[in-house]
Design a protein around this ligand. Structure first.
Ligand code: PLP
Length: 411
């Protein structure tokens, strides 16, 4: 496909996806007729309700008073100096309530449910991050919440399971197949198909069938809108480059959407885990190909039967075999460059941010910081704005056990 420049993106967020949820050839909705009925109800509601001033004003108030937005942009003077090269800035989504960007779309989805007269939120969760964010939204709105979770994941993610239960959510164990995320996705969709008159399904990233990739991107776009204004206020300029990690793609699209039509270089960072062999990473765009899974067409990692591949990353939030369809599109037209970072590179960046800035980042976000540091070095001068999608509290026990306190990293 022909490469596009920032000048081609002035209308992007207004015209993409199209009415059927396609970003070019990617996206769409490949679901059962029953589910299609339920999704078209959400689509219709979203297209009308979310543009009403009542909805927009209530979401603004929630973001300010409950979530603590705007989150700041911060200049990492010590890290930039230690690293050498361009100046590194962070958008501090780790300071959003619950410690990550995921609440941005969960509060939007919860508010949509309220305006639609729904009384229950349904979702699946893998590592539990989306489950906790949605449980928070459900408590705020006084709604029931069912989170489907594989039994294997329930055993592995005890703190997040406890958080969800404390917030009043029902964690529904899924005990068939491999008892992890894939089975939980199927179980959540099945429950939603039966219960959609009273319930709404809430996806955890810019993934799944239309209208979810659109809705989640729009709810996350507050990140980029705030960051652009804040960065301009601090420096008088736009950043030369923006960087974010890509799991399903929500924090990155939230950041990128404000910069697509500006003369700014944009980098998405995928997890290369232990290396490029099958099963050792989750770098879907770098190593995947076009295919349909979980109800949408995108670039995905598949096994020899075309089923979602086994994937791995040290960061459980990046551990998904596809990127959202908008990323596949932005890759195909050359507007966003996709790069990879290994577990080891992410760990080095994790300790660097801890020691030079007093910020303990999530392992997911550490991938973005790692690439931001590489890029800053290559650029020599200028500025790099990195989206720090979340804080590292959830990862501390694992890191301390596996890596100690990072003594062996020569920083
Ligand atoms: C879930 C998660 C991610 C990855 O999800 P995206 O939808 O790609 O943003 C990144 N960072 C943190 C902290 C997360 O919890």
């Amino acid at each position: 496909m022909e490469k596009m420049t920032y000048k081609d993106f002035t209308l992007h967020t207004k015209t993409m996806p199209d009415r059927n949820g396609f970003f070019g050839q990617y996206g769409g909705s490949f679901v059962s007729p029953e589910l299609a009925v339920a999704l078209s109800e959400i689509d219709h509601a979203y297209q009308t309700i979310c543009h009403s001033s009542q909805f927009i004003n209530e979401l603004r108030r929630i973001r300010k008073e409950f979530q603590g937005r705007p989150t700041p942009v911060y200049h990492c003077e010590r890290l930039s100096k230690m690293n050498g090269g361009a100046q590194i800035y962070l958008k501090r989504e780790d300071l959003n309530h619950t410690g990550a960007h995921k609440l941005n779309h969960c509060m939007g989805e919860g508010l949509l449910a309220k305006f639609m007269g729904k009384t229950k939120l349904i979702a699946e969760t893998g590592a539990g991050q989306h489950g906790v964010a949605l449980a928070t939204a459900a408590a705020y709105f006084g709604m029931e919440c069912d989170i489907y979770m594989g039994e294997v994941d329930i055993a592995k993610q005890a703190p997040n399971v406890a958080r969800m239960r404390m917030l009043g959510t029902r964690v529904v164990p899924v005990s068939h197949g491999l008892k992890t995320l894939k089975e939980a996705v199927d179980a959540a969709f099945e429950a939603y198909t039966k219960e959609y008159k009273n319930a709404i399904y809430c996806i955890g990233s810019t993934l799944g069938p239309h209208p979810f990739p659109l809705m989640v991107r729009d709810f996350q776009s507050v990140v980029g809108i705030e960051a652009k204004d804040q960065f301009r206020e601090m420096t008088g300029l736009l950043p030369d480059a923006v960087v974010a990690c890509v799991g399903g793609g929500s924090n990155s699209l939230g950041m990128f959407s404000a910069f697509l039509d500006e003369p700014v270089k944009i980098y998405g960072v995928e997890p290369l885990g232990k290396g490029p062999s099958y099963g050792d990473h989750a770098a879907s765009i770098a190593y995947g190909k076009e295919g349909i899974m979980h109800g949408f067409n995108s670039i995905m990692l598949a096994d020899e039967n075309g089923d979602p591949a086994a994937v791995y990353s040290i960061a459980s939030g990046l551990d998904y075999p596809a990127a959202g369809p908008e990323h596949a599109y932005l890759h195909s037209v050359g507007r966003v460059d996709y790069k990879t970072i290994t577990d080891d590179e992410a760990m080095r960046a994790f300790y660097a941010l801890c020691r030079y800035e007093g910020i303990i980042p999530a392992l997911e976000s550490s991938h973005a910081v790692a690439y931001g540091m590489q890029l800053a070095k290559e650029m020599q001068t200028g500025t790099v704005l990195v989206n720090l999608s979340g804080r590292g509290d959830k990862d501390l026990d694992y890191i301390a056990e596996k890596y100690g306190y990072g003594e062996e990293y020569n920083l």
